[in-house]
Design a binder for this molecule. Structure first.
Ligand SMILES: Cc1cc2nc3c(=O)[nH]c(=O)nc-3n(C[C@H](O)[C@H](O)[C@H](O)COP(=O)(O)OP(=O)(O)OC[C@H]3O[C@@H](n4cnc5c(N)ncnc54)[C@H](O)[C@@H]3O)c2cc1C
Length: 410
């Protein structure tokens, strides 16, 4: 039977953009379907924009594997694409004796995971590196490889590169049914019907619903909100690195960091919520974030808050990512990428490509084209970007504020 595409990717967040990038350059005919009117508008538009090293990822997890694979190639790629990245490092501060006592364990875990450059700082070294930090810190770990990037531009440029290599990206296309007819997937969306040899489910907060359309039930989404406060760029001299707390079993905790465009940001929080939609700003949480900011860097008090934003993580009942293939029906699930999806994106797409090649056994219908050319990118003051002349709407607050200096039009 004739098919339209080798692979249909459902969802245009950082995972879908990375998968369409990787498969298109290998020669697969790809279609990405996104239900919103623009790509990178859900979980991927509400994160911190940090490229983490995986210091708190579970040992031997798929997540850590993806982060490590991504770390080995992301910096070369961002340079080629012209995506701004700053390796500012992270300072993990112990504010009490129990946190201090966990440092040797964290250092040995990092070293076992292949990050040998993490080292402990004394109080005086900490004060030298971060002179505006509260003087209540009892010590710190220095994690030099942590970086910040533009969290919107990176996935958008991955999708844009795929487009240049022949991939189709269709927005306002909500997938509503997926039927396997024995050799081909027939996908019905609000934009039309398509046929493909293989489907990759990258639907983020709706990943469980899309899996169910294919008759699968491996996980359920448990949305987890994160809220942030953004300070003006005038606060940028107050920190030199990302100030991270000692992680707990719930997550990384509230970080005081600088976006790649120099806004000081405090967040994210972590609350389980019922809704999968973008969460509202909660006044009590704003006050909590303000007090974390003041306790961590007291002088932040003197700088203006320019805005607040939220993101919702596609968490599940499991801690680890779910990435697997049903080789009998050519279906790949990329689910529950609740945290670190930006830091792990190229690892996630590499694993998906391996599954397409080996588990599904699908050959690309075109020749590979691995070269990446630098696109021309111009941001407008109204919050969009022209990439090689094509307009994309900026949905990530850190990119929006960083590029327009204003929050009001978002
Ligand atoms: C508060 C917060 C802080 C974070 N901080 C970081 C960080 O600093 N660094 C980091 O690496 N990671 C971070 N993350 C994690 C990262 O943002 C996520 O792992 C990542 O965005 C998940 O991407 P995704 O593509 O799976 O989901 P999404 O970005 O949600 O994309 C899924 C897409 O699928 C589309 N879709 C859903 N259903 C359908 C349908 N029926 N038809 C068509 N399309 C559909 C959606 O519209 C959406 O665009 C953070 C996340 C949050 C929320």
């Amino acid at each position: 039977m004739e098919t339209d595409y080798d692979v249909v990717i459902i969802g245009g967040g950082v995972c879908g953009c990375s998968v369409v990038f990787e498969l298109s350059r290998r020669g697969y005919r790809c279609l990405l379907l996104e239900k919103n009117d623009t790509i990178v508008a859900e979980a991927s538009a509400g994160n911190s924009g940090m490229l983490h090293t995986g210091f708190d990822a579970l040992e031997k997890s798929i997540e850590l594997d993806c982060i490590r694979r991504c770390q080995s190639k992301i910096f070369e790629l961002t340079e080629k694409l012209g995506v701004p990245v700053r390796k500012i490092g992270a300072t993990m501060v112990a504010w009490n004796e129990q946190q201090l006592a966990r440092f040797p364990d964290i250092v040995s875990k990092c070293s076992a995971a292949g990050f040998d450059d993490v080292r402990q700082l004394s109080v005086s070294q900490l004060q030298q590196r971060e002179p505006y930090l509260s003087n209540k810190g009892l010590g710190a770990l220095w994690i030099p490889s942590e970086a910040v990037t533009d969290p919107w531009l990176l996935p958008v440029l991955l999708a844009h590169d795929a487009r240049k290599k022949g991939a189709q990206i269709i927005t306002k296309a909500r997938v509503e049914s997926c039927q396997w007819n024995g050799s081909v997937w027939e996908i019905l969306s609000t934009h039309g019907g398509y046929r493909a040899k293989c489907v990759v489910n990258c639907a983020g907060l709706y990943g469980d619903i899309i899996d169910r359309l294919a008759g699968k039930s491996q996980f359920s989404i448990r949305p987890r909100k994160g809220q942030y406060t953004i300070y003006s760029q005038s606060a940028r001299p107050l920190i030199n690195s990302s100030i991270v707390p000692v992680p707990t079993s719930i997550g990384k905790g509230v970080i005081v960091f600088k976006s790649v465009y120099d806004n000081v940001v405090v967040g994210p929080t972590a609350e389980n919520v019922d809704s999968r939609q973008r969460a509202t700003i909660d006044g009590d949480i704003c006050r909590r974030l303000h007090s974390v900011a003041r306790d961590t860097v007291p002088l932040l008090n003197k700088h203006n808050v320019v805005g607040h934003y939220t993101g919702v993580r596609p968490a599940t009942q499991f801690k680890d990512y779910i990435i697997n293939a049903d080789h009998e029906r050519n279906w790949i699930t990329v689910g529950g990428i609740r945290s670190t999806g930006l830091s792990a994106c190229l690892g996630i797409s590499e694993i998906v490509r391996e599954l397409v090649e080996t588990r599904i056994g699908l050959e690309p219908s075109r020749g590979a084209c691995l070269t990446v050319s630098t696109p021309s990118v111009t941001f407008t003051k109204y919050g969009s970007a022209f990439i090689d002349g094509q307009e994309y709407c900026v949905k990530h607050p850190l990119t929006f504020v960083g590029k327009t200096n204003s929050f009001s039009k978002m």
